[in-house]
Design a binder for this molecule. Structure first.
Ligand code: SF4
Ligand code: SF4
Length: 238
């Protein structure tokens, strides 16, 4: 059987290993990442053992990795082992590709290994929109039937108090993360509400002002929301 790999952006990839001796797998334990551990390592590759991390630690580990990666980039030091076309970023141990928490953590790593802050934020934006779309569709949250939701609102958008210029004949024609995060009081009463603090990528990589802007920028397309949340200059290298 071939090796199972997880592809990331910029030609990075992880190898998934089911080694019975995780201690023998090479790499820097991601939960211990710091400039000190990096200075001591011969190979700058990551070892991610999901049995060694609690879900509640994911945010801090990703934040630390992001800080270290930015500092290294400034010194032109890069992670990974370069092959002919791809770069081995490390190994995943006890990884469950069906576990949403594991998937979210890998999305976080993938975000960090983009080249610019714009690309990173754009990736996070798209992943979170995809996640929210999936939640609505897979769980049939709004119960659409004959072009109307359970609250009798039109298919595609429930912003009844304002005619939005982005509502096409049937559906919303843009990708507005703030609208996608919105649920109405009826859905709240059913226990359906999306909080930024529960969405790892948003909670980890944005500050309080950015989170507020992500929450309130309804009726706006992605490019405008991106401009609101990105610091200037927009193409900062990370
Ligand atoms: S969020 Fe509420 S009002 Fe909006 S479409 Fe869904 S069920 Fe209808
Ligand atoms: S941008 Fe928001 S308010 Fe406008 S159509 Fe799309 S979902 Fe509805």
């Amino acid at each position: 059987m071939g090796k199972q790999i997880v592809k990331l952006m910029n030609n990075y990839f992880f190898v998934v290993t089911d080694s019975e001796s995780p201690e023998r797998v090479e790499g820097i334990n991601i939960e211990k990442i710091s400039r000190k551990t990096i200075a001591k390592s011969e190979k700058l590759i990551l070892k991610i053992d999901f049995n060694n991390m609690k879900n509640s630690d994911y945010k801090n580990i990703l934040k630390k990795l992001f800080t270290v990666k930015k500092k290294m980039s400034r010194k032109k030091i890069t992670f990974g082992i370069k092959g002919q076309e791809n770069i081995l970023l490390g190994y995943l141990i006890n990884y469950d590709k069906n576990d949403q928490k594991h998937i979210d953590f890998i999305h976080g790593i993938n975000a960090i290994f983009h080249s610019t802050l714009y690309d990173m934020y754009s990736y996070i934006y798209d992943v979170v929109c995809g996640y929210l779309d999936y939640q609505f569709a897979a769980n049939d949250l709004c119960g659409f039937k004959d072009d109307k939701c359970v609250c009798d609102k039109k298919m595609g958008c429930c912003a009844g108090f304002k005619k939005c210029k982005y509502l096409g004949d049937e559906f919303c024609s843009i990708k507005c993360i703030s609208c996608k995060l919105f649920t109405c009081p009826h859905l709240w009463s059913e226990g359906v509400r999306f909080y930024i603090k529960d969405i790892l990528l948003l909670e980890t990589f944005f500050n309080e002002v950015q989170k507020y802007l992500i929450l309130v920028s309804v009726f706006l397309p992605k490019d405008i929301i991106m401009m609101r949340i990105l610091p200037v200059p927009w193409n900062i290298k990370i």
